[in-house]
Each structure stands twice: as structure tokens, then as C-alpha cells.
Design a binder for this molecule. Structure first.
Ligand SMILES: [Zn+2]
Length: 324
């Protein structure tokens, strides 16, 4: 069971590097980045807790599932525990502070320890949407297995003054005992081959097209910091003709900086790039310098000269950032 950082987190990490601190969205991007990072840490923690459970035969645990119910309705599920008799659906949240659920207004409010209030779209609604989506998806395949949704608080310090009526909410630590009980309770129900259900879910996952961060957060690409940026201090690096990139601040060579900087374009700005765009974005001195980068980068060439441009698929873009 391995959980990858969500694409949006990878984008935010790079956006935080490329966005000038004076930009009006800088604080917002930082907050969003830290929220998502905490969310991922919460999911990883819950994955560890779930490993404590000795599951009965045939139970499969799936993480980070994305399914298309219809072209206008897609769902993302943090964790699914597929047993022959039921499917347990977990939505994991990591919050610091006090959380209030308001089922009428459709908002979840979080009050931080320093008294700040954040409002989120209602998690109860979000969980219901995922449950209904998965139910519909399975029914289309003639499977009507019970789905048990659980909202999981990954942070044991989260205060919840009033537990919501309409759903099951558990702290991560309570999960092993609760899930063991659920699995035993549903044992008498009709059995489905859980392995085939799990395989079917995995095989039908949708690969969403990555929305570049500038489009997602409505940021003008021209506002981003240009250049090949140092991985340590994020300052633009220099290169003397025929030599490696060197950071003027760290005074060190950084062999990965160029690759990371090229990928920034695809994460932040667009799905294709031309020679002129690469030259501008990386602040290169000549189109020949850009051509060398294209030939060495493994990007795919599209179109014919003079309208040549290059592209890279999502897996390639994400792979470098993930492997760091
Ligand atoms: Zn540096």
C-alpha cells in the first residue's frame, strides 16, 4: 500500500517556489500547500493504522481511488476496504483545532487554536457524494454490496464538540477495533468475490487530465519567477557556455535543477511548450540552447517546423518530483 502525493500538492510545492512573495495570492497558495501536505500526512498515518488490522481472508485495501460515474460525475476516494460482504469507504481529514458540522448550511467550520475560522464545503456532503457515486458505479456492474462510509479524523487532537447525526465519525486510533467489528457483523450477508470487485475498481480508474496550476488558481503565468532555479535556495542559476548550471548563491552545481525547471512549465503553465516559450521561461540566451534541452529532455515532439512544440505526459512530469 503506497500513497503518492496528490498532483495538486506537487503543483502547489512548485508554485510556492515560482510565485514571488509579493504576489497577492502568495499567502493563499502557502496556506493551501500546508493544508494539502497535512492532508497527505493524515492519509499516510491512517494507512499505517489500517496495517495493524489482521483482515479476514479475501479483504482488499485500496487507496486513492478515482472513478468516473458518468462524464459529469467523478469521485475520489481516500481508502476502500473491500470485503466479500461489504465495502468500507474512508474519507480522511486532518484538521488542527475545533471542527463544527452544520448539516443545514452545508458548511464545515474549523476554528484554529489562534481563533481563526476556516470554512470548508461540508464534509458530510462530500462523503455522501462519494458513497452514492460508488454505489451507482457498482450497480451499473450488477453489484449491490452494502457500502459503509466513515469520516476519519487523522489528528487525535481535533476537537469535535458535537458529533454529526447522519454519519459515522471516528478518530484514526479507533479504526482497528471498529473495522474488525464491522467486518464480523457483515459476515452473514451475501458474499461477492472481493478480489474481482477490487480488480475491477483498480482497472477502471480514471486518469484525470492535469489542470496546470496557473489555470487552477487563476494566476497569470507571466507573474511567475523565470529561470532555472536552484533546488536548495530557489534562486535563478547561471551557466557559462558549455558548462553546468551553478547557483550564484550556494556556489554549487545542481544537476536536477534543469529537469525540475522544465517540468515546472507542465505543472504550472501548459500541456505543450515551444522553443520560444522554453527560452523565455528558463531565461535562456539562445534558441540553440533551448534546442539542446529539448533533445536531451525526452520530451515528445509534435507538429512540423516552424510550428514545432513539445509535450510530456503526466506520469513523466510527476515522476521526477515524486522521486525526490
Ligand atoms: Zn542555491
Amino acid at each position: 500500500m503506497k500513497r503518492h502525493p496528490p498532483e495538486e500538492l506537487i503543483q502547489l510545492e512548485r508554485l510556492a517556489v515560482r510565485l514571488p512573495t509579493s504576489h497577492h495570492k502568495y499567502a493563499y497558495i502557502q496556506t493551501k500547500y500546508h493544508q494539502l501536505k497535512a492532508g497527505l500526512a493524515g492519509e499516510i498515518y491512517v494507512d499505517r493504522v489500517l496495517q495493524e488490522i489482521s483482515y479476514p481472508r479475501g479483504v482488499k485495501v485500496l487507496t486513492d481511488i478515482r472513478l468516473e460515474i458518468n462524464p459529469h460525475f467523478q469521485i475520489q476516494i481516500d481508502t476502500l476496504i473491500v470485503s466479500p460482504h461489504s465495502i468500507i469507504l474512508l474519507e480522511v481529514k486532518y484538521y488542527a483545532g475545533t471542527v463544527n458540522f452544520n448539516e443545514d448550511s452545508g458548511k464545515t467550520t474549523k476554528i484554529t487554536s489562534n481563533g481563526e475560522t476556516d470554512k470548508y464545503d461540508c464534509i458530510i456532503h462530500q462523503l455522501d457524494r462519494a458513497t452514492v457515486g460508488l454505489k451507482t458505479w457498482l450497480e451499473k456492474r450488477n453489484i449491490s454490496i452494502p457500502i459503509i462510509p466513515i469520516l476519519v479524523m487523522a489528528n487525535g487532537q481535533t476537537e469535535i464538540p458535537v458529533f454529526p447525526d447522519s454519519l459515522t465519525l471516528k478518530y484514526a486510533k479507533q479504526l482497528p477495533r471498529y473495522i474488525r467489528r464491522l467486518l464480523t457483523e457483515t459476515e452473514s450477508l451475501q458474499a461477492y468475490p472481493s478480489t474481482s470487485i477490487a480488480e475491477m475498481i483498480i482497472a477502471n480508474q480514471v486518469d484525470w487530465r492535469m489542470t496546470p496550476a496557473c489555470e487552477r488558481y487563476e494566476i497569470t503565468p507571466a507573474h511567475l519567477i523565470r529561470g532555472v532555479l536552484c533546488s536548495s535556495c530557489h534562486n535563478p542559476m547561471d551557466r557559462k557556455r558549455g558548462h553546468s548550471w551553478i547557483c550564484p548563491v550556494c556556489k554549487k552545481k545542481d544537476p536536477r535543477a534543469l529537469e525540475t525547471s522544465v517540468k515546472d512549465w507542465f505543472l504550472l503553465i501548459g500541456h505543450t511548450i515551444s522553443n520560444k516559450q522554453l527560452r523565455f521561461f528558463l531565461d535562456l540566451k539562445s534558441s540553440a540552447a533551448a534546442s539542446i534541452i529539448f533533445s536531451q529532455s525526452g520530451m515528445r515532439r509534435l507538429g512540423n517546423a516552424p510550428q514545432t512544440f513539445y509535450t510530456m505526459n503526466k506520469t513523466e512530469v510527476n515522476s521526477v518530483v515524486k522521486s525526490r
